[in-house]
Design a protein around this ligand. Structure first.
Ligand SMILES: Nc1ccn([C@@H]2O[C@H](COP(=O)(O)O)[C@@H](O)[C@H]2O)c(=O)n1
Ligand SMILES: [Zn+2]
Ligand SMILES: [Zn+2]
Length: 590
């Protein structure tokens, strides 16, 4: 284990059910390859995961079974290990490649910036060779300027031990926020392409595996499911998804299931399938019935030792230990433990109500954003700042706030822009539209909003559905699952209690529950120099990531401003991350 990782806590665990074919799945790791240094439940690092995958593979092989390792993207942005190097990602790329990943795909975060997608094309894709799949992503090759697939569209292979013939695809949801050096084809169009139609017409297939940075319950995955089922009614399909940062398991039909494995290296998803036909079977009818099983493994050594049946001596591999050492050295080189201040209390993204003094957003609205406005204000002009809640990625724990915490909370490079002299009333309406609460609108206007503001709907989609699904994926607050008297005598630790299409017994660790609360799409702060709470006009300041949504919302409330032409930089060269860090350095002394 990495030297500073906290010890995992001993808790009641549910076992894994192994099958002919078994999978380990990560998604939305967002740079957290050092694990969670402040949360023992998720304290294993990528080196421990390398050991775990090796030991699980050995276990599978000893029984003639197969094990495949999957990652479905958003590997970047969200942790000091990725975001604090210059250029970003130079340490993590070497660490990531140490895991043997059999199938991986791109997330939206790999495509927001030109540099990031080029690094993906020039480093990550070659590092993982034909295992990286990009069924619906093209990139402008930085060396030739030609538009080419980011990676192979699909692959076909046969598993080593069971001889299971697999055709696999790798999709990204219908993402539109990518930089213009990449092209994301909507999934619903890709599935009509000749190459896809040919690939699914292969008859020597025992299993289709669809991996993707795509939520499980979406039109995108439904369209892939329908296309395959239109050709093969019987061949099993296994989906792996991500993007919503939740644990989830979906049943498409009795022979098709999907697994999503959370976020930030909190979860290692485990999936097994039994009863598959194989290239080796004489009859095409397998001896055992088709069975799918899922488990969400808490990412800690206690779980890893339990599931491998090993102990602290026998579990780590030399390779795994070396990877942990590499992580440690990278963290030291990046000075990630440097302390910038000390948080007086915990501040939560979703674990506190909003507004509330324990909400990170209330802290931003009442403390940080007003100071930003005061520093950058134009004379005596009142100003209103709007920030999307998605810009904040994780909680702040009471105690030292480090270089690592800075990027864990706010990894993005977005700065602020503003437009002058906006009628205050219109600015307020913009906030309502962004938060999908346009109380000023009639029902038919609200319907029109839903139909016309496509991209705005997507902002709402990504934020709202995250909150919704996060709520849906957990049993109601206060409910504790205690399935046996032994378990009820054990002191449980708080964590996920996932409710999915198979019930509430998917988590390996039996947790006590945590409450999660919905937050709006956007928060805002007003400062009015003469103390008036209802100014006539304001300088409307906004984080630049939401510019296109601001422009759409402005149109909708009849505000005649061209945000792309008429806006100016607010506080030049200060990113939101700089603003937060500057405030903490000034106000949170240790
Ligand atoms: N520069 C950026 C990039 C993204 N966001 C926020 O992240 C959300 C997407 O993150 P996932 O991990 O769920 O893919 C996006 O909807 C934004 O809220 C941002 O604020 N700035
Ligand atoms: Zn993500
Ligand atoms: Zn994503």
């Amino acid at each position: 284990a990495q030297p500073s990782a906290p010890d995992p806590i001993s808790v009641p665990l549910r076992d894994l059910t192994w099958g002919q074919l078994n999978f380990l799945h990560t998604t939305d790791t967002h740079g957290w390859l050092a694990g969670h240094l402040q949360e023992p439940s998720y304290s294993a690092d990528w080196g421990d995961y390398v050991s775990f995958a090796t030991r699980m593979r050995e276990k599978a092989e000893a029984q003639g079974r197969d094990l495949l390792v999957i990652d479905t993207g958003d590997r970047v942005e969200g942790n000091g290990l990725y975001d604090s190097s210059e250029p970003k990602g130079i340490y993590i790329s070497e660490i990531l490649r140490q895991q043997h990943i059999d199938l991986l795909s791109s997330g939206n975060h790999e495509l927001y910036k030109k540099n990031t997608s080029e690094a993906e094309f020039l480093n990550t894709v070659p590092n993982f060779r034909s295992n990286y799949l990009a069924s619906n992503i093209d990139i402008v090759n930085p060396k030739t300027n030609e538009v080419v697939p980011l990676a192979p569209r699909f692959t076909k292979f046969t598993t080593k031990n069971q001889g299971i013939r697999i055709v696999a695809f790798g999709f990204l949801f219908d993402f539109t926020g990518n930089y213009n050096n990449t092209i994301v084809q909507p999934v619903e169009e890709t599935v009509k392409e000749d190459w896809f139609q040919e690939a699914i017409r292969d008859t020597d297939v025992d299993l289709f595996v669809v991996i993707g940075h795509t939520p499980l319950r979406t039109a995108e995955y439904r369209s892939i499911f329908h296309e395959i089922r239109a050709v093969h009614q019987e061949i099993p399909i296994q989906f792996f998804g991500g993007h919503l940062h939740i644990r989830d398991y979906a049943r498409y039909d009795s022979r098709a299931y999907g697994l999503a494995s959370g976020r930030f290296m909190e979860t290692i998803g485990f999936m097994s399938i039994d009863g598959l036909s194989t290239g080796k079977s004489i009859s095409t009818t397998p001896a055992t019935p088709l069975r799918f099983n899922r488990r969400y493994i808490d990412n800690n050594l206690y779980s890893f030792l339990h599931h491998t049946g090993l102990d602290e001596e026998s579990f780590p591999t030399e390779h795994g230990r070396n990877v942990s050492q590499l992580i440690h050295e990278s963290r030291v080189a990046l000075q990630l433990d440097e302390v910038h201040g000390c948080a007086p209390r915990d501040l939560w993204v979703n674990r506190a109500r909003y507004p509330d003094e324990d909400s990170i957003y209330t802290w931003l609205e009442t403390q940080v954003l007003p100071d930003l406005l005061k520093d950058g204000i134009r004379g005596a002009q009142p100003a209103l700042a709007i920030v999307n809640t998605g810009a904040i990625r994780f909680d702040i724990f009471k105690g030292p706030f480090t270089q690592d915490s800075t990027f864990i909370v706010s990894p993005f490079t977005s700065g602020f822009r503003y437009v002058k002299d906006v009628p205050y009333e219109k600015a307020q309406l913009i906030i309502q539209v962004l938060n999908k609460q346009p109380q000023i609108l009639t029902q038919s206007e609200q319907n029109a909003l839903t139909f016309t503001l496509g991209p705005l709907e997507q902002l709402a989609y990504s934020e709202d559905v995250v909150a919704d699904s996060a709520l849906n994926s957990r049993v109601v607050p206060g409910q504790i699952l205690l399935s046996t008297p032994e378990e009820s005598r054990t002191k449980l630790i708080p964590g996920y209690i996932t409710s999915d299409d198979e019930g509430t017994d998917g988590d390996d660790t039996i947790h006590s529950s945590i409450s999660f609360y919905r937050v709006p799409n956007c928060i805002h702060s007003l400062i009015s120099v003469n103390g008036s709470t209802v100014p006539e006009t304001v300088d409307l300041v906004y984080i630049d990531f939401i510019e296109r949504y601001m422009a759409l919302a402005a149109k909708f409330v009849d505000l005649d401003i061209d945000f792309f032409q008429d806006s100016e930089v607010f506080m030049p060269s200060k990113s939101f991350t700089d603003v937060i860090l500057g405030w903490i350095k000034k106000n949170w002394k240790c």
